[in-house]
Design a protein around this ligand. Sequence first.
Ligand SMILES: NC(=O)c1ccc[n+]([C@@H]2O[C@H](COP(=O)([O-])OP(=O)(O)OC[C@H]3O[C@@H](n4cnc5c(N)ncnc54)[C@H](OP(=O)(O)O)[C@@H]3O)[C@@H](O)[C@H]2O)c1
Length: 304
Amino acid sequence: MATFNIHIIPSQKGRIAIVTGANNGLGYETALALAKKDMKVILACRNLAKAEIAKQAICKEVPQAEIDIMVIDLSKLASVRTFANAFLEKYTQLDILINNAGIMTPPFSLSEEGFESQMAANYFGHFLLTALLLEMLMKTPHSRIVTLSSIAHKTGKINFDDLQSQKKYSPMVAYSQSKLACLMFSYELQRRLTQMGSQTISLAAHPGISDTNLLKNTPIPNWLFDLFKPIMNLTFLQSAKAGAEPTLYAALGEDVKGGDYFGPDGFNEMRGRAKKVESTPLSKDETLAKKLWEVSERLCKIRQ
Ligand SMILES: NC(=O)c1ccc[n+]([C@@H]2O[C@H](COP(=O)([O-])OP(=O)(O)OC[C@H]3O[C@@H](n4cnc5c(N)ncnc54)[C@H](OP(=O)(O)O)[C@@H]3O)[C@@H](O)[C@H]2O)c1
């Protein structure tokens, strides 16, 4: 079985990556690893102060790092458009787009556009961002788009009758739906890129269960989380650094192809070394994916 070894990946000098949600957790570890490979990394974050701290931390570890900070709030379509316009004005290439930012199981709320908050930040924001940057990605040789999914996609369903959970909100059901949507988007994008004869490839990754702020926003109280952390560390939890490995495999691996999905190789894919993994039959349903794409284009006002 092929395994990923970041240490044998050559320098990526001259290449540019965007990592959304790069100030924390998996996004931070991903940005740090890319900077270590000499890539210019754009930290696409919603909070400038947090992004500055992340930049300083990366530059402390990698003094030659080329880091740019650009503000984006993925739950607001106008912010995504402003970010994309600013990026397209400033840069002439985009080698890797990492659709990483996300939230999990917040109380119910709707975005300005009327999207359930997890669907807004995890899925619709990245759908629009990718659409706006696709032309530049396709012009950049060997470019890749990596979208973060989750083990939770396995229980997800796309509920077109109540896509924004307005009739009934279950935080975990909505999270699973958003992560299934991300995975279906990644596969559908690859099918469309293939149809267009593009060299750009779309891949997906999930980090198993990684120790990041994401888990702290669950209904589990933080003190209980901290109490059981030693046991969780021994059984199923892994570090954010380890959790970023499947993303890095998708972004930099030399034995990958469009449509691949990466995750940890341990029990139930909860932790371990990055490998190519399988997803549910539903995630590969092409009719459903096409419908989701069309609905997303309409809701994101890409095509009226
Ligand atoms: N940790 C896990 O076990 C796990 C498992 C499966 C999948 N994932 C996926 O991995 C990805 C990264 O999560 P993580 O675990 O690293 O969580 P994290 O530590 O909470 O980091 C999430 C990042 O996303 C940013 N973000 C959230 N909403 C945003 C918005 N509207 N606009 C811009 N940025 C936003 C956060 O910014 P702020 O700091 O400003 O909040 C933060 O930088 C997510 O897509 C998540 O679904 C994680």
